[in-house]
Design a protein around this ligand. Structure first.
Ligand SMILES: Nc1nc2c(c(=O)[nH]1)N[C@H]1C(S)=C(S)[C@@H](COP(=O)(O)O)O[C@H]1N2
Ligand SMILES: [Mo]
Length: 512
């Protein structure tokens, strides 16, 4: 331990402050970009609030009134700042004690994020990044400060400048990124609150309950209904578009007798209906997981189009999102009996921000890139010959019906099993056509029928399972589906571009 004068302790405290400031900004900014639900500060705050004894909470609310949340955040900021300053002094006097303090803060953020809903591997990134940035900056700053403190008088000036530049640069970056993170966070917090305030009406036409036999309950097999938190997310939005439902409107334009515009309140007042629909991404590889099934609540798009009066000659609707993204959907798919929805609800709650809050399109039978516009704000009735949508401009086909496909969920690829009967199970789908059967084969042998679970509807995927007697050794198990028309799944291997992959899902199993 070296003797450190109060002057250097003050500088070290400032360095610690800059280090934690940059750490928090890095965590919040990365969370803002990835997903609003990942903010480490919000997560830590929520854990603390949940853990507060009731009387303390009441006392704070009584004291600060409606400013209780702001007061809480100020208190959190003060604690973080003081700890940062302390970490700076500690790091200068007894390294690596300061870095350990910052590491503990990062760990607290990590644990807090893990206790929140919607945890995924991505959730770990913001607190890990925050911890790493904090420790690196702290070490860099205190190392320079140490060199200044221990310098000979003739080099003290240069060492001092080095500290000032690094500290000033770090503070500037911290202020700018903090302001960016704060701005996007404020918008997100606001939109999350607006979403929490939405009370969805009950469906006038509810979905029939999921048949008892639809869920096989086999370990490793995806559930037939995908929780919103596990639902795949695909979009071009770097940060989630934030839409205020009170300001949201949807316009119908183009080849119509009259342009119409509907507000969120007007939409909620319509007779809403519910249906289970399996959404799939055209980029889903054979055996991939870019597919999910949810219960959607919404109003059939055809009613809104009818109100506008579609003119003859139109064959497509170009839907536009708040962020400018577009999809081209065949007019027919929006007006026929398949009940394409202007969806406001997913699995009984308002749409999550990531899945298009407040309103998105859900069209059974079409890949998302030509139908499932999230944060939708305009429907332009037009012609395929006149308008080209976002992904079609980039080489994907203008129409994208979902291809008949199937997948093995369990055993997982390369898994080991005991000899004897092995349970193989997975999913099969042919949205808007339906699945008639699923077959499996071992090592290129004869196809044998698998057991099909009850299906919810032709618009949803269906589970299947089979018991296979496997001899010890390595085996290949392959699945294929047959749709309701009797068409067999295409076994030709094609890439996802330009209109969806084909081929059969095969896994390798080691049997002991
Ligand atoms: N606004 C907007 N909507 C979009 C997209 C997009 O990039 N932007 N991607 C589409 C694609 S390619 C798919 S597969 C689905 C995915 O919907 P999800 O993220 O709710 O699963 O959304 C569609 N809607
Ligand atoms: Mo997609």
């Amino acid at each position: 331990m070296t003797r450190t004068s109060p002057k250097f302790s003050l500088w070290a405290a400032a360095g610690g402050l800059v280090a934690v400031g940059l750490a928090v900004a890095a965590g919040e900014l990365s969370a803002a970009l990835l997903s609003p639900s990942l903010s480490p500060v919000t997560a830590v705050g929520s854990v603390v609030i949940d853990a507060m004894p009731g009387p303390v909470k009441d006392w704070a609310i009584g004291l600060f009134g409606t400013a209780d949340k702001a007061a809480f955040l100020v208190a959190m900021a003060a604690i973080i700042a003081l700890s940062g300053a302390a970490a700076g002094v500690l790091q200068l006097r007894r390294p690596p004690a300061g870095a350990v303090v910052i590491g503990l803060f990062g760990a607290a953020g990590l644990v807090a994020v893990l206790t929140r809903a919607q945890v995924s591997a991505l959730s770990l990134l913001p607190p890990l990044l925050a911890g790493a940035v904090g420790i690196l900056v702290l070490r860099a700053l205190t190392a320079r400060l140490g060199r200044w403190r221990d310098s000979r008088p003739e080099e003290a000036g240069a060492r001092r400048r080095d500290v000032l530049m690094t500290l000033g640069g770090g503070a500037a970056v911290g202020v700018v990124s903090g302001a960016l993170a704060g701005g996007s966070r404020a918008g997100q917090v606001n939109t999350v609150a607006l979403r929490d305030g939405v009370a969805l009406p009950a469906a006038v036409t509810p979905a029939a309950p999921i048949p008892a036999g639809a869920e096989l309950g086999i370990a490793g097999l995806d559930p037939v209904l995908t929780p919103a938190a596990d639902f795949y997310r695909i979009d071009t939005a770097l940060s989630v578009p934030l839409v205020n439902p009170d300001e949201w409107t949807l316009k119908v334009t183009g080849l119509v007798d009259r342009e119409v515009e509907i507000s969120f309140a007007e939409l909620l007042a319509k007779p809403l209906q519910e249906s289970y629909v399996t959404l799939a991404c055209v980029s889903n590889e054979v055996g991939g997981s870019l597919i999910g099934n949810a219960k959607w609540l919404g109003w059939p798009v055809r009613n809104l189009l009818a109100a506008a009066g579609v003119q003859p000659g139109a064959d497509m609707v170009l839907s536009t999102s708040k962020d400018g993204w577009t999809a081209s959907t065949p007019l027919e798919a929006l007006t026929d009996n398949r009940d394409a929805l202007l969806a406001v609800g997913m699995n009984g709650a308002p749409l999550p921000l990531e899945h298009g809050f407040p309103v998105r399109l859900v069209v059974p039978g079409l890949y998302g890139y030509v139908s499932a516009t999230k944060w939708v704000t305009e429907l332009k009735v037009t012609r395929f010959a006149d308008e080209v949508a976002y992904w079609t401009q980039r080489g994907w086909t203008e129409r994208g019906p979902v291809k008949l496909s199937s997948r093995i969920d369990t055993p997982s690829r390369g898994a080991a099993a005991d000899a004897g009967p092995v349970t193989v199970a997975g999913m099969a789908w042919a949205q808007h056509t339906g699945i008639r059967g699923v077959q499996v084969r071992v090592d290129g042998g004869d196809w044998q029928d698998a057991d099909l679970a009850s299906s919810i509807s032709a618009d949803t995927w269906v589970q299947w399972s089979a018991q296979l007697d496997l001899e010890p050794g390595e085996h290949e198990v392959t699945v294929r589906a047959i749709d309701a028309n009797g068409t067999e799944q295409d076994e030709t291997e094609r890439p996802v571009v330009p209109d969806g992959a084909t081929g059969l899902h095969t896994i390798r199993v080691k049997v002991r």
